[in-house]
Design a protein around this ligand. Structure first.
Ligand SMILES: Nc1ncnc2c1ncn2[C@@H]1O[C@H](COP(=O)(O)OP(=O)(O)OC[C@H]2O[C@@H]([n+]3cccc(C(=O)O)c3)[C@H](O)[C@@H]2O)[C@@H](O)[C@H]1O
Ligand SMILES: Nc1ncnc2c1ncn2[C@@H]1O[C@H](COP(=O)(O)OP(=O)(O)OP(=O)(O)O)[C@@H](O)[C@H]1O
Ligand SMILES: [Mg+2]
Length: 249
């Protein structure tokens, strides 16, 4: 595992140099994926790395975990409270669509959730511009395969070092890096609404998805669901579709 960590650290350094950037930053949620990335960017750029904590109506417990991560990694950090920005933007969308008679309350949870992820993305890029740092994403192999991220939200990043790691491998890497135990053992959650957990929303455990990605046999219903999810989210792993060049007159 140490060798794999060194490989990723070196890869991060090379990609940053290739881009002419001065360092790296990551959004730190208090979850394990961003914790691992926090420790990796600190190793890659001890003096030029930054953790950005972006609370939106966030549980105090999760903010504590985020602080434990940046302190544990000895990572320079900044906190930017986005609750007001989110409430103002979401409130304005709702008000204007409501006045038009078009607001669909049932669709609002996911729309609001994705807006949170996209506000964070915009904020990370503004901070990145300030320091000339690249934005490091936290997607791992099961999230990428299932498209379990917001397009142009948490999926809108420059580098994705964990993309080939299964969730179990992220946990193993976290232990070796020294990520706090409370962060390693908590349930994965996007925290986009009250009580949300990844595994409940995905309808299966990360262990099942990991097993499938390792090529092992899993329950046939789970396999069917995974394949359908992968297909449905293919657009998120591609650049936006455009038509072929018009060749007529
Ligand atoms: N075939 C197609 N070709 C081109 N574009 C297509 C499309 N189908 C949908 N779209 C577009 O894509 C949109 C749907 O994609 P998207 O906006 O991503 O939204 P969607 O996939 O519906 O929702 C995001 C999912 O990711 C989860 N998430 C988000 C953020 C963080 C985390 C986490 O783990 O921390 C998890 C979240 O809980 C939810 O399950 C549609 O609204 C539409 O605009
Ligand atoms: N409050 C937050 N502050 C800063 N960044 C955040 C915040 N919430 C989410 N993010 C960013 O969005 C990413 C996607 O969240 P995701 O939940 O997949 O990862 P995680 O929280 O690090 O780990 P887990 O999946 O185990 O919960 C985070 O890794 C982080 O970079
Ligand atoms: Mg999380």
């Amino acid at each position: 595992m140490e060798k794999r960590i060194e490989y990723l650290t070196e890869w991060l350094r090379n990609k940053t140099k290739e881009a002419g950037a001065d360092g790296l930053l990551v959004g730190v949620s208090g979850g394990i994926d961003s914790a691992v990335v926090s420790y990796l960017i600190k190793r890659a750029f001890p003096e030029n790395s930054l953790g950005v904590i972006l609370p939106i109506n966030q549980e105090v417990e999760d903010q504590t975990d985020a602080l434990d991560v940046v302190e544990g990694a000895d990572l320079d950090y900044v906190g930017i409270e986005l609750t007001d920005a989110y409430e103002t933007t979401y409130g304005a969308i709702k008000k204007q669509l409501d006045e038009k008679g078009d607001w669909k309350e049932g669709k609002s949870q996911l729309g609001g959730a994705n807006l949170q992820a996209r506000l964070r993305m915009s904020t990370l890029y503004a901070v990145g511009n300030n320091y000339n740092y690249l934005i490091v994403g936290t997607d791992n192999a099961p999230e990428y395969y299932t498209g379990y991220f917001t397009k142009y939200g948490d999926g809108g990043v420059d580098l994705v070092p964990l993309i080939n790691l299964q969730k179990e491998e992220v946990r193993e890497m976290a232990k070796v890096l020294g990520v706090p135990n409370s962060v390693i053992h908590k349930k994965p959650s996007a925290e986009l609404w009250e009580g949300q957990t990844d595994e409940e929303e995905l309808g299966m455990s990360y262990d099942t998805i990991d097993a499938y990605l390792r090529g092992e046999a899993i329950d046939s219903e789970d396999e069917k669901n995974l394949k359908a999810r992968h297909k449905r989210t293919e657009h998120k792993r591609q650049i936006p579709a455009g038509p072929d060049k018009f060749e007529g007159v």
